[in-house]
Ligand binder design. Structure first.
Ligand SMILES: *[C@@H]1O[C@H](CO)[C@@H](O)[C@H](O)[C@H]1NC(C)=O
Length: 633
């Protein structure tokens, strides 16, 4: 096709879409949107998505298909993988297609350009270079020792597979290479990635949630940055594979998935024990894939799951939050333990981001975000008792206990895991998107809480899991050394025969417990990103300058203690004051793809990878937000 003809076709499609959206917006009946064969999805708060390709009002031949700018449409058919045309046992007709444009009303997320000092930004350059140097070292080691495998074990120098063996570290870091300006490396990596065969794996089963957020997210993020069509084809192949995990009687995906069984077309059924994170975080990648390919089936599949979360949100034992263990087979969400962290983080992270990726056209995600954060703020965030009475918050766990008279009461535990520190970013982002000023304050206190916890330990690094003493009130919280020691005592010496001669001070000394900490059940640091992720988000939203120096201090603390010959290694015990700490032979790919990426972006020009242009998925992959709707006069 000549360039002019393509342009004309483009204009024609654009005009058609405007007509189509206009006509749809005027239609008040949403009935045709609900898939008739899945009664589950009949919800009273149906979002007005663009009706899909099977709507009788819009015969297929009239639809703007493809819906992309013509240049981006793959002109070669995707590799015909077994997954593409695998017959489904429980087929659905996809009736929901995601919108492709944003409404105008979403507020700006980032602080205005003039709030960031140019001089300050300039002085971050050398810090940024240090982060890139750390990345380059890890990347080079991975290239020479573990290329095309999932991970490098940095001490032994051995390659490790664990997530399908498709080269996780490469796919996970395509966009990091692009963002850090390593374009030659990016090109080489893409050449390897497009040869991945998603039909071959030695793994008996894969974690579909991890494959989705890291590998599919990685491909889509790299495609959005580079527009390299081959990456979209790969993403589609993988999307088709993951789609097969949704082929269960109730269309709930299998998260620990025997894909060989699925390929043999044997019966599949969703699991009885899964978590909100695993079940509820497909929507960003699947929406993006539908938006890019014009095939609504991916979005439709993930949306069905999210509608279930929406319907069950207010009938859990702690209305507004979802329990940390879910039964995906029966759709019974009746667990009694609730947290924003570990088992649930990806779901909560996803809500406001799905709203953005759907162009602000989904009141459902806004509602889900607002209800979840309201309950979390009232029940699971707490002020820890600290020696200098810091006005901070931490995210804890809530148990819902049944009392004898049939009522229930909640019990808050000051039990924190590293992953829960994403919650500062959650409130910072949601507060900006939905214009809720108190969420900015909560975000600030949560970020300060995780910084306080980091600085309380001798290496300046927060351990994976620890317990603190929650104050009864968030407004006043005087330090009481006796209460702290009693809590420690209660924790360690309460069995059936408590030791009467138990020496609490010796215990605290031997276990290196900083003041305010009751126990540290998991003393490791696994090179995780959540604190810097939240600091980055809060910085971009608020322009709070002191976060830059704090972030630099954290980077130095981590780099100084985890750097080894082949990159960086996880730490066995961050409570030990030993400056030459014990390393674990593990370097998760999230160290490069998330932790170092967020450190790099923290020190970049605030306009780079602007949050008004990109949504970062749960694994740190940037997905381009839809352009704002153009309204004709
Ligand atoms: C890290 O190491 C550098 C270089 O040895 C040193 O200047 C810096 O103070 C250290 N920082 C921390 C936080 O340990």
């Amino acid at each position: 096709m000549s360039r002019t003809r393509r342009q004309w076709l483009g204009y024609f499609l654009l005009l058609f879409m405007i007509f189509f959206l206009y006509r749809y917006n005027r239609s008040s009946s949403y009935e045709a949107i609900t898939p008739p064969e899945t009664p589950d999805s009949a919800t009273n708060e149906q979002d007005p998505f663009v009706p899909g390709f099977t709507n009788p009002d819009f015969p297929e031949s009239h639809l703007p298909d493809p819906v992309l700018p013509t240049e981006q449409v793959p002109n070669e058919p995707p590799h015909e993988s077994i997954w593409k045309n695998l017959p489904l046992r429980f087929p659905v007709t996809p009736n929901l297609a995601p919108p492709l444009q944003s409404i105008r009303e979403i507020p700006k997320i980032q602080a205005g350009g003039s709030s960031f000092s140019q001089i300050t930004t300039f002085f971050q350059k050398s810090r940024q270079a240090a982060v890139k140097e750390a990345f380059t070292k890890c990347w080079d080691s991975y290239k020479s020792l573990a290329w095309e495998t999932d991970l490098l074990a940095p001490i032994s120098g051995l390659p490790i597979n664990g997530l399908g063996g498709w080269g996780l570290t490469i796919v996970d870091n395509l966009d990091t290479l692009w963002i850090m300006g390593m374009r030659d490396e990016f090109t080489k990596a893409v050449a390897t990635v497009i040869k991945i065969n998603f039909e071959a794996t030695d793994s008996p089963e894969i974690n579909t949630h991890e494959v989705n957020i890291r590998i599919l997210g990685g491909l889509l993020g790299a495609y959005d940055l580079s527009s390299d069509r081959r990456l979209l084809l790969k993403a589609t192949e993988l999307g088709d594979m993951l789609y097969a995990a949704f082929d269960t009687p109730n269309r709930m995906p299998i998260t620990h998935w025997d894909l060989h069984r699925a390929a043999r077309q044997e019966e599949q059924i969703a699991e009885e024990m899964t978590s909100p994170s695993e079940l509820g975080s497909y929507i960003l990648e699947f929406t993006k894939l539908s938006q890019l390919t014009g095939d609504p089936k991916y979005f439709d599949a993930a949306q069905l799951v999210m509608e279930k979360f929406n319907r069950l949100q207010d009938v859990t034992r702690l209305a507004g939050l979802w329990p940390s263990v879910l039964n995906a087979r029966t759709d019974i969400f009746d667990g009694d333990l609730f947290t924003l962290g570990a088992e649930a983080d990806s779901l909560y992270k996803t809500l406001s981001k799905a709203y953005l990726l759907l162009g602000g056209r989904s009141p459902m995600y806004r509602k889900m975000y607002e209800r979840a954060t309201r309950t979390a703020a009232g029940h699971s965030l707490f002020r820890p008792m600290t020696p200098d009475q810091k006005d901070i918050l931490l995210p804890g766990y809530v148990h819902v206990l049944q009392t004898e008279n049939g009522k229930s009461r909640t019990l808050l535990e000051g039990h924190v895991n590293y992953r829960a520190c994403f919650s500062g970013g959650l409130f910072a982002l949601g507060g900006a998107i939905f214009n809720i000023p108190t969420h900015r304050k909560i975000a600030t206190k949560l970020v300060d809480g995780c910084i306080w916890a980091s600085h309380s330990f001798p290496l300046g690094i927060m351990p994976e899991v620890y317990d603190t003493v929650p104050c009864a009130s968030q407004t006043t919280c005087p330090w009481n050394e006796l209460v702290w020691k009693e809590e420690v005592h209660r924790r360690v010496n309460m069995g059936p025969e408590p030791d009467p001669n138990f020496d609490i001070d010796a215990y605290i000394r031997d276990h290196h417990l900083p003041k305010g900490f009751v126990s540290v059940p998991d003393t490791r640091y696994n090179l995780r990103p959540e604190i810097i992720e939240s600091m980055f988000t809060l910085y971009r939203v608020s322009a709070r300058e002191d976060l830059l120096d704090t972030a630099w201090g954290m980077f130095e603390s981590i780099q100084n203690t985890t750097e080894i010959i082949n990159g960086n290694a996880a730490l066995a015990d961050v409570t030990s004051p030993d400056l030459d700490p014990v390393h674990i032979d593990a370097m998760d790919s999230l160290w490069m793809s998330e932790t170092l990426k967020y450190f790099y972006l923290m020190f970049s020009d605030p306009d780079y990878m602007n949050l008004d242009d990109y949504v970062f998925n749960s694994a740190g992959h940037p997905l381009k937000r839809p352009a704002t709707e153009w309204i004709p006069y």
